[in-house]
Design a protein around this ligand. Structure first.
Ligand code: ADP
Ligand code: MG
Length: 246
């Protein structure tokens, strides 16, 4: 569900780690409501791209604009950006000594200073939406990996983000739990959330993405709607990558 209205715009973005040029003149514009799946070999810069979008990683040159504003470097602006761009990582990153409900309510209460009662109500609705409301009073270690990752998604959603970044959200999961996490992400996509998803789950890319972006060696090599990308990849590098994973 794309609106044709850009929410995240990267222009000539460059990023080096020492001598390593990990993002090379990256241009990428993501519309509100668009679901972009980023694929590519390990080390191609996918995580760095995600981290740059919520400024976990500063860039060396170029510009990133989110919702009409250049990314703020610090202070309140940065805190606001981080709450507006939810991020879900491969490792679930839940607070081990807080319950699932507390994990979800913490950000809105502490960072956004919202009223606890209202936040708890919204958190329970979110836990229900990701199918784990019965686990609300448990601690992360008592949940399966799939449940923990769904809790991490609920936690990001509790901040009412304008976009969600997923960096290999199912890579650390046992195979039988991958589906339940992808189902939550698929419904989020259908509801119109703007999403950037780094994943090796090509089924998700085919069914949920508006666009597939293929990265290699720090460059956006090729991008197209999933049917087109998977049906007739143009670059040799994309063909080679697909031949190894499909
Ligand atoms: P991907 O997610 O596609 O596997 P990354 O964005 O994690 O790729 O990494 C791109 C390149 O940058 C890799 O060569 C990686 O080793 C390197 N890299 C990532 N983070 C750092 C860092 N903090 N310091 C130095 N090199 C890094
Ligand atoms: Mg990565």
């Amino acid at each position: 569900m794309t609106t044709g209205e850009p929410l995240i715009v990267l222009e000539s973005v460059n990023k080096w780690f020492g001598p390593l040029h990990v993002l090379q003149d990256v241009d990428l514009s993501i519309d509100r409501g668009e679901v972009v799946v980023v694929i590519g070999p390990s080390g191609s810069g996918k995580s760095t791209l995600c981290r740059a979008i919520n400024r976990l990683e500063p860039i060396n040159s170029g510009s990133i604009v989110f919702d009409g504003q250049p990314l703020p470097a610090e202070g309140r602006g940065l805190a606001k950006l981080r709450s507006e761009v939810g991020m879900v990582f491969q490792s679930f990153n839940l607070f081990a000594h807080k319950t699932i409900l507390e994990n979800v309510t913490l950000g809105p209460i502490k960072v956004r200073k919202e009223k606890p009662a209202a936040v708890r109500e919204r958190a329970m609705q979110l836990l229900d939406r990701v199918g784990i409301s019965s686990q609300a009073s448990k601690y992360p270690a008592q949940l399966s990996g799939g449940q923990q990752q769904r809790a991490a998604i609920a936690r990001a959603l509790a901040m009412q983000p304008k976009a969600m970044l997923f960096d290999e959200p199912t890579s650390a999961l046992d195979p039988e739990m991958v589906g339940e996490v992808l189902d939550v992400m698929t419904s989020l996509a259908r509801e119109g959330m703007t999403m950037v998803v780094v994943t090796h789950e090509m089924g998700f890319a085919r069914h949920a993405a508006n666009r597939v972006v293929f990265m290699a060696d720090g460059q956006l090599v090729e991008q197209a709607p999933p049917d087109e990308f998977f049906g007739s990849p143009k670059s040799d590098r994309a063909k080679d990558f697909l031949s190894k994973i499909l």
